[in-house]
Design a protein around this ligand. Structure first.
Ligand code: AHM
Ligand code: MG
Length: 335
């Protein structure tokens, strides 16, 4: 028993990534170094979140507004900077693009040798920070294509299938990292006493059908009729249960393990919904497909959507195959 527990403790994230990469070819070492830096960022953010209420200048707003027109929280800013600092001396990443920055952040000393771009949402669900509920970070790695001379990062305006790796970190009662490099989905728990992410679940598969539906029903009258049809259907049938935390990472994590569907449809105010393609929907779609689930705009696979701009939004319907298909069938009926 001791041996088994020890073996598990020794299956750290970095070892796991290396093992996965054995057959990966040229990018193997790079990807493992990239994942290690992401893990470091997760540890730093987790440490800060644990003590947020005890430290000055950690909670609340900065008073600024970001490119999305949203008020910036102190924790958003801190977490955004953590990723930049973690990748500065890596030599791997030439550009970082995040929800909190209008333009990508270039690390001149890494360009052009840094062959990758990191796309990320530093704190997903930031409204949960001040009330001590779960939040997350989302990340996606793409190969940089060509030299980005104009500084417009046009090579990033490509479908999610271009992602090399993606994942999220969930800051809940424990800190959990879920990742995929295109070979299944794997989860690790941070053991704070070791400072290591230790294997929790390997080759996770999502149930083909599940009971959870996760959506902000406060927007009901702002949706297209087809989404209202679907929710009315759910209300009239047994076997569904509503769960919505205000933080996508947590809601999708639940669905990954229990099955179901998360929806963020377009609203009258935001016809494409709220969620951003490149650093929210696409990485989660990559994971979901790897776990045997699906992600859709309602009419198209998220992984096929070509963004018009860095901060482009899409409606999102993500989760178990059957649940996503059912939502799509309601949309198809009204099309
Ligand atoms: P954020 O990254 O600015 O926090 O926004 C994303 C979050 C998601 O985690 C969550 O599902 C959604 O916004 C909640 O939005 P709403 O309050 O409109 O339901
Ligand atoms: Mg976000």
């Amino acid at each position: 028993d001791h041996e088994r527990a020890l073996d598990r403790d020794c299956t750290t994230l970095s070892r796991h990534v290396l093992e996965q990469l054995n057959s990966f070819g040229g990018d193997a070492q790079d990807l493992s170094a990239l994942m290690n830096r992401i893990a470091l960022a997760g540890k730093l953010i987790s440490r800060r979140l644990c003590r947020a209420g005890l430290m000055a200048d950690t909670l609340g707003f900065t008073g600024e507004t970001n490119v999305q027109g949203e008020s910036v929280k102190r924790m958003d800013l801190y977490a955004n900077q953590v990723f930049i600092s973690a990748f500065k001396q890596s030599g791997l990443v030439c550009r970082l693009a995040s929800e909190e920055m209008e333009h990508p952040y270039y690390i001149p000393e890494n360009c052009p040798i840094g062959r990758y771009t990191l796309l990320y949402d530093p704190i997903d669900g930031s409204s949960n920070v001040d009330i001590n509920l779960n939040v997350g970070s989302i990340f996606s790695i793409r190969q940089q294509e060509g030299i980005d001379e104009t500084g417009e990062a046009l090579d990033l305006l490509q479908p999610g299938r271009k992602q090399l790796a993606a994942g999220y970190i969930l800051y809940g009662p424990s800190t959990l990292l879920v990742y995929s490099i295109g070979k299944g989905v794997h989860a690790f728990i941070l053991d704070p006493s070791l400072g290591e992410f230790v294997l929790f679940a390997e080759d996770i598969t999502i149930p083909t059908h599940g009971p959870v539906y996760s959506v902000n029903e406060g927007n009901f009258w702002q949706w297209e009729e087809s989404y209202r049809d679907y929710i009315r259907y759910v209300h009239r049938h047994e076997g569904y249960t509503g769960r919505y935390s205000g933080a996508l990472v947590g809601d999708i994590h639940r669905i990954l393990f229990q099955g179901g569907v998360f929806l963020y449809p377009g609203t009258t105010k935001d016809p494409l919904g709220k969620l951003r393609l490149l650093y929210e929907s696409a990485p989660l779609a990559f994971l979901m497909e790897q776990a045997g689930g699906r992600a859709s705009t309602g009419t198209q696979d998220i992984m096929d959507v070509v963004p018009e701009k860095l901060h482009a939004r899409t409606p999102l319907v993500i989760g178990s195959k059957d649940n996503v298909a059912l939502v799509e069938s309601f949309i198809g009926e009204r099309a």
